[in-house]
Design a protein around this ligand. Sequence first.
Ligand SMILES: C[S@@+](CC[C@H](N)C(=O)[O-])C[C@H]1O[C@@H](n2cnc3c(N)ncnc32)[C@H](O)[C@@H]1O
Length: 451
Amino acid sequence: MRNRGMSEEISAAELLESNGILGIEYAHVYTDQQFSKQHRLGIAELHRLPDGVVSSRVVLVDDYSTGVSIDRFDMTAFLLNLQRNDAVPDVVVLESEIAHYCGSVIDSISDSKLKRRIVSYYRTRGRYPCSALVATWYLLRLGAFGNPIIPCIYGRSDKLYSDALLTILPDCFVTSEVDALNIIAQTDYSSMTRRIEHIYFEHQEDVHSDWDDFDAEEYVARNYGRSLLAEDRQIIEFVISALQEMTIEPVSTKIVADIGVGPNLYPALLASPLIPHDGTIELIDIAERNLAYLRAVIEGENNDHSAVWEGFEEYIRSLGYPADLGTVRRSASVRKGNIYELEPNRYDMVMSFFVGESITDRVSEFDRATTTLMASVKPNGLFVIAHMIGSRGYFAGSDTFFPAVGLTMDQIRQKYEEYGECRYRMIPRGGNVSARKGYKGMAVVVGQKKC
Ligand SMILES: C[S@@+](CC[C@H](N)C(=O)[O-])C[C@H]1O[C@@H](n2cnc3c(N)ncnc32)[C@H](O)[C@@H]1O
């Protein structure tokens, strides 16, 4: 995979190995959308490609996952916008036209677990997952099914077929693209993955997504599910050492909360040894999909994702700290709530990771969220808070864009100083390029509230 800023390095020779045709896909659009900022950003990447490549320009219109018919999409206006931006395609195809090739791709998957997962997705939702569609779309264009005539809404289907593929997409699509390549790697066409390249650019929109569009599974897969990232290891190690330096009686942490918990259970694991048998940890978030995710993991209904948190539990325990997923499951109360509306003086201990700065793009709202969050901590209560430094926004699922305030470490110190004695750690940005753009690192604050 390549990332923004690297398009200069892409050589057609590298991609094509011979004098073949490069199929360039850009300006991906859903039938419930219009031409927007992200299309302009993608077209800018298209124009940065080196000259002299024999290429075919391809646009895919997704009417399949939206269920919105092409009749309700203003294709003329979309094409006019492409033309105005000097990006007229050779061919435009509807995603629903390629869906029926998915079955044969799934049949050829050798990994039985992966195959079962895709089939079960299809059975429960009545449609294929994006990753399977993307895999099919790439295999089709590389000639895996011969070169069938596909009905096109613009141009001719022979323009679909090429020797190598380059896809220009906003970074928020990275997870389904990675999953698609993994699918192809498990089929008879595995060698074709070498003929597929990507340019990802930073997804930006003028409007932020709704919290209910927060895709818990995608967010976990990218941030917590593939491996335990260096940043999270350092956060965990710092929190453990800071907590161990404080003298905490078990009884003093009977009511604990993780505010804006999202689908992240490692703060709760860090709190777990401090929660007494009759204690509670309230896992509070505003987004329903996060709450549903947590309930499924806590009730043992999501084996793949339970394994992610068992991995965190194992890592934390390997540091000699007795984290216990069983305690989290037993004491968790998962509920919808709002950081701005917390009950004052309710909690003995509050965790809140990447929330105050990641729910707004206004400093005044970050200040308000911190005030209500800290008011919910009892005098002498503990707080463990993490913030992104310098974030410009982020995504959680395809085509989502959530806000952020670009904080500095000094701002964070000044903010928490007034609440009590704190320990701070700045964790520098690691190598996880797909986490989010712009951020410079993560700040962790562990403190005890003044009386
Ligand atoms: C960047 S995510 C952080 C998730 C998680 N804490 C983590 O460590 O990965 C921000 C979270 O804040 C939640 N959120 C947004 N607005 C909120 C609000 N007003 N009150 C509580 N949670 C909110 C979102 O649903 C999302 O789960």
